[in-house]
Design a protein around this ligand. Structure first.
Ligand code: ADP
Length: 494
């Protein structure tokens, strides 16, 4: 491929009109745009005015020496291809012409075919040179774009107020920003390129970053997070995403780190405040409750039924408040990690039997049955705080009783997996609509409908259960069908 002849301007510089005419007669039918000059100066002037790509130059000119013209063309218009036409085609002249920048030499007299070949070859060369120049420019532009893009990206990443680290598929740190270094308590001059351990000292975080980098967590929602602390008083939150290559393969990871110290401090203050207020309220409320009970029993038959109803309602309400305060205190104890500190060996079957007999009266009042179906083989004991286990199952079974209508059935099924004991608490109650399922573990979340309206509760039972299970490494799952019943399954590690 090369430019079409019509796009190529050819200048003929020869003092002999006969030669100029002969060349024109060959080149014009080929389609070239022609310009003719009889003198060297004339030729050089035409070069400034016309768009010329090829020059056919005679060395014997009446005004200036042809070699001189050649040198001027090559220095002023380096892209022009010059073919020397001369009647003195000696080897010496040829060598000198080439040295001065000529591309080809055509000794006179020459056949039209020779001229055609020479001119086409010159056109080809011209095209190739043009292409080479274009490619070179493209390359320079791409490199410039790239380096601009790179420095832009660096500037943005460096200015981010969150810590950023980029790893390759081997989990090596290839890029990080100053915030990352500050969060990790590393000197600001720390350079990339060392193994991950040089930057991340927390073992679990390092393991997680390696997993991200090797593509263990590819998936739209599969983005594990990790909370950790550096030193005494800085709390950080890390999240990672794998970086995928063109074929979907994992080529590394981007890990972002956020400072959550302020949130943690606020959370602690809030917890302390709630604990303090709850604690201060508990004794006066209990006193009011007891005194109301005494007043109520003393006044039987002496006050109007309406007043008695009012007093009973007041007693019930204080009972509800006492329960709420108890739950709040439990939650704050769980959050500050002061439960499950003294694990003991617990026989789960015995523990469940005790709870069933304790809650049996409540169930009997609603004419419900509670049964326990034992595991086919004896379970190994569970190592946990027995009070925590009592609270977990107490809450789940109380819910089953509360949210199951009269004459319903509550069944506890005890079984095991290779690593866990499994207790399924199944009821034939109201069930829970799917949209509430993951919300019922949030604090104060209660499902409000016609059936639950008159059931008192705090909305803190399941958050307490979840908090305790987190503390002892257990899990809870819910499976429920509205109007059929629910199954809360608790898994406890052996
Ligand atoms: P509370 O029972 O004090 O309202 P929980 O945190 O124990 O608070 O439960 C939250 C909500 O989950 C309840 O209000 C109830 O709507 C729903 N729930 C819990 N257990 C069951 C169950 N077994 N059957 C139906 N709904 C339930």
């Amino acid at each position: 491929m090369s430019d079409a002849p019509e796009q190529v301007g050819v200048l003929i510089v020869d003092d002999e009109p006969r030669i100029r005419d002969g060349l024109r007669r060959v080149l014009e039918p080929m389609g070239y745009r022609l310009a003719l000059a009889g003198l060297g100066r004339e030729g050089l002037a035409l070069l400034e005015q016309e768009d010329i790509s090829i020059v056919l130059l005679d060395l014997q000119l009446p005004d200036i020496n042809g070699m001189e013209v050649l040198r001027t063309i090559c220095s002023r218009h380096p892209a022009i291809v010059v073919i020397i036409i001369t009647g003195f085609g000696t080897v010496q002249t040829a060598a000198e012409a080439m040295r001065n920048g000529a591309y080809d030499l055509l000794p006179k007299p020459f056949e039209p075919e020779q001229l055609r070949i020479a001119i086409n070859r010159a056109r080809e060369k011209m095209f190739l040179e043009k292409e080479a120049r274009r490619l070179q420019q493209d390359r320079l532009r791409t490199l410039a774009d790239l380096s601009l893009e790179k420095s832009r990206t660096h500037t943005i990443i460096d200015a981010l107020p969150i810590g950023v680290m980029v790893t390759n598929a081997l989990g090596e740190a290839v890029l990080f920003n100053p915030t990352f270094l500050r969060y990790m308590a590393l000197p600001p001059e720390t350079k990339e390129g060392a193994p991950l351990g040089a930057y991340v000292h927390d073992d679990a975080l390092r393991k997680l970053i390696l997993e991200f980098s090797q593509g263990c967590h590819i998936g739209p929602d599969d983005s594990p997070t990790y909370e950790f602390s550096v030193g005494e008083d800085r709390f950080l939150f890390a999240r990672g995403r794998p970086v995928l290559g063109k074929r979907g393969e994992c080529v590394g990871a981007v890990v972002t780190i956020v400072d959550i110290t302020a949130m943690k401090v606020l959370d602690r203050l809030k917890r302390e405040f709630v604990a303090k207020v709850s604690h201060e309220l508990r004794s006066p409320l209990s006193t009011i409750h007891e005194q109301l009970a005494v007043v109520l029993s003393d006044l039987v038959g002496q006050v109007s039924p309406a007043d008695e109803h009012l007093l009973s309602r007041a007693k019930e309400k204080t009972q509800g408040l006492i329960a709420l305060i108890g739950d709040l205190l439990d939650l704050s104890r769980i959050e500050s990690g002061i439960v499950c500190e003294t694990p003991k060996s617990v026989n789960l079957e015995e523990l469940l039997e005790n709870i069933i007999s304790f809650l049996g009266t409540k169930a009997a009042a609603k004419k419900q049955t509670i049964t326990l179906s034992r595991a086919s083989e004896p379970l190994p004991p569970i190592k946990a705080d027995p009070l925590a286990l009592e609270s977990i199952f107490g809450n789940v079974i109380t819910n089953a009783i509360n949210y199951t209508p009269e004459h319903g059935h509550i069944k506890l099924l005890l079984s095991r997996t290779a690593t866990h004991a499994r207790v399924a608490v199944r009821d034939t109650g109201f069930g829970i609509e799917e949209r509430h399922l993951d919300k019922i573990f949030e604090r104060f979340y209660r499902i409000k409908n016609e059936r639950t309206r008159y059931i008192t509760g705090t909305g803190l039972g399941l958050p307490i259960v979840k908090g305790l299970l987190d503390a002892i490494g257990g899990q809870i799952q819910v499976d429920s069908t509205p109007d059929k019943g629910s199954t809360f399954t608790v898994l406890l590690p052996f």
